[in-house]
Design a protein around this ligand. Structure first.
Ligand SMILES: *Cc1c(COP(=O)(O)O)cnc(C)c1O
Length: 343
């Protein structure tokens, strides 16, 4: 099976497992796990922020990051298909009392005009006050879109002096860096907090890191424990993250080439399904209309796992466990399925 459902499906490599087995550990609730501490410092450093907090998932990192800025009853603005709004099971509302309003952009990008219209930093006694804005980079459900650096700079300028905070969901921030050459720190500089995933393209089995100012991260550490996310000898997991940062960042560009290969092969069979130029990173969205469920079933029968992420939208994601040869084979299989079917 060639598994293109997500870049979370990767298995730790033997070298990564060796690094995990060799990890120096301690009790992280006491702050005594040297490998966790090293990972938190390393990621904070890479992103140019004061402090870091290792979390079990990206969802938890987002809940803690957004929760640092938005008080119960205040609102978070984000794009309509943002992971924080769509894929965290309502956690921001369920546990932190955050309300959400969304703008829509076909590519999932920052729409400064819409945000300017929506944001109400001090809405008084009648309307909900905006406390924070989240930007997803790259944008998952919009197809791995990279947020243009200039848009983020303009967003920072727009909120400066309003008290509104910016949180970046950087689950795939290293994919953005691989696609554009813009350093992750240059994206992170506009944000008050940033979450990153080690378990996506970087290939670690578990883990995310939230970075931000030291006081906000200290408060997030309290909330992590409150929500049951304190852990003890988590250094075995942090070691996988450190290994991934050392060995799996450079290779992300290969995933982007492979995604493009798949899109090219499919577009050659049916150009109405995908525009290869829209493939910026490791995610390919196919617009197959009412064929979606059937397409996914046929692909599975032919040895390729894919998933439906919206009405008529099938998502393919390349990753560490998909070789160039796998990508070519998957593209050919999917192209054949589309070619055989009536448009
Ligand atoms: C995967 C992902 C996350 C975190 O997901 P978890 O499964 O909670 O680790 C957050 N944001 C985006 C955009 C993602 O794709």
């Amino acid at each position: 099976m060639i598994d293109l459902r997500s870049d979370t499906v990767t298995r730790p490599t033997s070298a990564m497992l060796a690094a995990m087995a060799a990890a120096d550990t301690g009790d992280d609730v006491y702050g005594e796990d040297p490998t966790v501490n090293a990972l938190e410092e390393r990621v904070a450093d890479l992103l140019g922020h004061q402090a870091g907090l290792f979390t079990v998932t990206g969802s938890l990192a987002n809940v803690l990051g957004v929760g640092a800025w938005v008080r119960p009853g205040q609102e978070l603005l984000c794009e309509a298909r943002a992971h924080v709004a769509r894929a965290e099971l309502g956690a921001h509302a369920a546990v932190r009392g955050v309300t959400t309003r969304t703008w829509w952009d076909v590519r999932g990008r920052v729409d400064l005009e819409a945000i300017r219209w929506m944001m109400a930093p001090d809405a008084g006694p009648y309307l909900v006050s905006t406390a924070a804005i989240t930007v997803e980079n790259t944008h998952n459900f919009a197809g791995g879109t990279v947020q243009p650096w200039e848009d983020l700079q303009a967003l920072r300028t727009a909120v400066d002096g309003t008290g509104i905070r910016l949180h970046m969901d950087g689950a795939r921030i290293w994919n953005a860096q691989a696609a554009t050459g813009v350093d992750v720190a240059d994206y992170a500089t506009f944000f008050d907090s940033v979450s990153v995933c080690l378990s996506k393209g970087l290939g670690a089995p578990v883990g995310s890191v939230l970075v931000g100012p030291a006081d906000a991260i200290a408060e997030a550490r309290v909330w992590r424990k409150r929500l049951g996310g304190g852990w003890r000898q988590a250094g075995v997991l942090a070691a996988a993250g450190l290994y991934a940062l050392g060995h799996h960042v450079e290779r992300l560009a290969e995933d982007h080439v492979n995604a493009r290969t798949i899109a090219d092969l499919i577009a050659a069979a049916d150009a109405s399904v995908v525009d290869p130029d829209a493939v910026e990173t490791n995610i390919v969205l196919l617009d197959v209309g009412d064929r979606a469920e059937r397409f996914v079933a046929e692909a599975r029968a032919a040895g390729v796992l894919t998933g439906v992420v919206g009405p008529g939208v099938v998502r393919l994601i390349t990753h560490l466990d998909v070789s160039a040869a796998d990508a070519r084979k998957a593209g050919e299989i999917l192209a054949t399925i589309l070619h055989a079917r009536p448009k």
